[in-house]
Write a protein of this length. Structure first.
Length: 330
């Protein structure tokens, strides 16, 4: 199974001093404080990791044309990244490398170091364009691609990610979600399994950014997006899904659209997530009529601390199966 169909990555509101013009907004933490979920009765707050990707995709498709090359959206990108097309990046079919596989990245996360500045990631990324964009093997999951999406949004709107997502998606949908920006935001996570070592994990490692909140609320947001609450064209664009080679995954036949994992019986659309502490899945029926989201605490023992979200052996699969059952799939 590709290290994909279930996972997430680290981000931060890029609080480092910018070294290049292609760095994400270095002031996003100052431009807008993270909007933490309220104390709604019965709701929990966990890092949502890659469940953030549908929200980034929705914001990007509200802001740009899908065929826009990234070089037209972000100033000063490394030359190899400029021709990448937004649609292909959102679909993980651009051939872009992913930092989650780098041994030194995993070692730094394991050692609980602070996140590297984004330019260090960007300068090392490689691109190997697929020969056939529509083939299942053209799918190559890249958190780094969604870092570029974040950068394009911050540059276009002149604001940090928290403000951009709040303005374009969270407030219009009246969602009780916030941004998981730095280690202090672990204070909102009350699961009894969260200990000192986990709280030392720097959310800045999720370079594309991570929401924080209840997976059920995140699933409701996906349902609203697919119901056309933000724009009529979003469901059509985001559900344009192509096959993914993911044998054994519950979402069979497995496909990926623009920021959405699609598949299962009956068909659902959503996203998996996982990082230190949690594996998650949030999904909706394609028309947004029903939704469900679940999180499971995962002790770090037996799981590589730097592993991409959902990459734990069978863990994300278990959560996905549970959500499918809630939506009538099993």
């Amino acid at each position: 199974m590709p290290r994909i169909f279930a996972r997430v990555e680290p981000e931060r509101p890029f609080a480092h001093t910018p070294r290049r013009s292609h760095r994400p907004d270095g002031a996003s933490r100052g431009l807008c404080s993270s909007r933490h979920p309220g104390n709604t009765a019965g709701m929990v707050a966990v890092p949502l990791y890659s469940i953030t990707k549908p929200y980034l995709a929705a914001a990007a498709l509200l802001s740009f044309e899908p065929e826009a090359p990234l070089g037209s959206l972000i100033t000063g990108l490394p030359a190899a990244l400029e021709p990448l097309v937004l649609r292909d990046v959102l679909a993980h079919r651009s051939g872009l490398d992913d930092y989650a596989a780098w041994p030194e990245y995993r070692a730094a996360v394991e050692a609980r170091e602070g996140a590297w500045p984004a330019w260090r990631v960007l300068e090392r990324l490689a691109v190997s364009p697929p020969s056939d964009l529509h083939a299942p093997e053209a799918f190559s999951y890249s958190n780094a691609g969604y870092l570029l999406v974040r950068m394009a949004l911050e540059a276009h709107h002149g604001a940090g990610l928290s403000e951009v997502l709040t303005r374009l998606v969270l407030t219009p949908l009246d969602l009780d979600l916030g941004l998981f920006l730095d280690a202090s935001d672990w204070a909102a996570v009350t699961d009894p399994g969260v200990g000192e070592r986990l709280r030392a994990y720097d959310p800045g490692w999720v370079y594309h950014g991570s929401l924080i909140g209840d997976p059920q609320e995140a699933a409701r947001g996906i349902a609203l997006i697919l119901g056309g609450a933000l724009a009529d064209r979003l469901p059509r664009l985001m559900l344009e899904a192509l096959p993914v080679d993911a044998p054994g995954h519950p979402l069979q036949p497995a496909r990926y659209g623009l920021g959405l994992m699609v598949g299962g019986t009956p068909t659902v659309a959503g996203h998996g997530g996982g990082g230190p502490g949690f594996e998650l899945f949030a999904a909706s029926t394609p028309g947004g009529e029903r939704w469900a989201g679940r999180a499971r605490f995962v002790p770090e023992r037996g799981r590589h601390p730097g592993a991409p979200d959902g990459a734990g052996p069978g863990r994300e699969v278990d959560v996905t199966t549970e959500v499918l059952g809630l939506l009538g799939g099993e």
